[in-house]
Design a protein around this ligand. Structure first.
Ligand code: GLN
Length: 321
């Protein structure tokens, strides 16, 4: 079945938000000024249903950089273009159990596959964007790799997204570790374009500016089998969505993904700006944004609000009733 009627969902989202918005745990990321300057009290939540309704509570007008929440959506574009088998063989699908920026994530599995929800696997996924652009170039002309990524993220959101140039500049000045990961991957043949180009594309995708409504619609598009419920556009296939949700479940909240599944029972993805998106397959997408993070880099209030909503809306995919 679908979500309850709109007025009921709205009341439940407001209640979950009111209950957790003042929780004071967690710390805001500080590695770039745009994140360090975020208001630790800020909090917003949005739900978008597969039937096309959406609403927001809290500081929903604030934009922030998408960061790691971009990972499942870029992966979806790559899986769609290259095919599920090839994408899995190149990128991996198993849990790493390691922090998002782990260099060891590259070393844990045979053949140096990773999981595309952590940086190593995400950089490998983004390194395939030039190939995706080439494949599309046949009928669409000279689309660049970056055009493919930005147009794809925009199709998920249902509006033309843009990079925050200040975030991109600062991220580019602090991404030596990601460049190192890309070069390590390159040494194993696991990066599929120039490793610095791959890191730059990845850094740009992390710098795309969104609000909590955009993220709820993006999540709802995965919930709706790849059709954006607001625009009606098919972005990717339903099979692609199912694969993406599987890797979100295994590593979407990094080394705490097991705790997340235990509590919430849904595929989710967090990012260092304080966003968490959650997908209730066939029902809708949920996004929460609140900057203070736990030790793994997951929004504290984002997890609490999502957990409450999963309970009251009965969304846990492992629950029988
Ligand atoms: N730009 C950040 C990085 O790659 C994003 C990480 C994150 O959101 N966890 O280091």
């Amino acid at each position: 079945g679908h979500l309850p009627e709109d007025t009921t969902v709205r009341e439940l989202v407001q209640a979950a938000y009111d209950r957790h918005r003042h929780v004071a745990d967690g710390v805001v990321a500080t590695y770039i000024p745009q994140l360090a300057d975020a208001d630790p009290a800020a909090c917003a939540a949005s739900v978008a249903s597969v039937t096309g309704s959406a609403f927001e509570v809290g500081d929903a007008g604030v934009r922030f950089s998408i960061q790691s929440v971009s990972k499942p959506f870029v992966l979806a574009l790559v899986v769609e273009a290259l095919g599920a088998d090839r994408a899995r063989n190149l990128l991996g699908a198993n849990a790493t159990g390691l922090p998002f920026d782990s260099v060891m994530a590259v070393e844990v599995h045979d053949h140096r596959t990773m999981n595309p929800m952590v940086n190593a696997g995400a950089i490998a996924a983004t390194s395939l964007a030039p190939e995706v652009a080439d494949l599309r170039g046949g009928d669409a002309g000279a689309a660049s790799a970056w055009d493919v990524v930005l147009a794809g993220l925009s199709a998920f959101a249902g509006r033309r997204l843009a990079v925050d140039d200040d975030v991109y500049a600062c991220e580019s000045g602090t991404n030596l570790r990601n460049r190192g990961i890309a070069h390590l991957l390159h040494s194993y043949g696991r990066v599929h374009c120039d490793p610095d180009v791959a890191t730059d594309l990845y850094t740009r995708q992390c710098s795309v500016s969104v609000d909590v409504h955009d993220l709820a619609v993006m999540a709802a598009t995965l919930a709706d089998g790849g059709v954006n419920p607001m625009t009606g556009e098919r972005v990717v296939s339903d099979r692609t969505c199912a694969h993406v949700l599987a890797v979100m479940a295994t590593a979407g909240l990094y080394e705490l993904s097991g705790d997340w599944l235990w509590e919430v029972g849904l595929p989710g993805k967090s990012g260092v700006s304080g966003a968490v998106v959650t997908v209730a397959p066939g029902k809708g997408g949920l996004a929460v944004w609140s900057p203070p993070l736990d030790d793994a880099g997951n929004s504290v209030r984002g997890q609490l609000i999502t957990r409450s909503l999963s309970h009251v809306l009965g969304l846990n995919v492992f629950a029988s009733a």
